[in-house]
Design a protein around this ligand. Sequence first.
Ligand code: SF4
Length: 100
Amino acid sequence: MTGGPDGTGGTGSDGTGGAAGASGTAGDVVVRVDRARCVGTGLCAATAPDDLALGEDGRARARHPVSAPGEQLTEAAEMCPVEAITVRSALDGRVIAPAL
Ligand code: SF4
């Protein structure tokens, strides 16, 4: 009568990969600038330079069709004095910033 093997497992879980290779992260956002409304302060481009830039006409534009969400982006949308920036969920179109 040998005592049964007590299956102590779980020591060797090397956490490789967790992120399934989905194309496009679920949290991606779409940034839109209402260029007719923009007055070219440059605040947004200074706040979120990876995602927003001033165009040759001095008005802001989104640098990418889809961006990763981030505080800078949210902040840029919040601080625009004319509320020309909208950040939406790429998944369902929900407005993330500015807060209503
Ligand atoms: S903060 Fe607003 S007004 Fe200023 S450049 Fe950006 S979009 Fe235009």
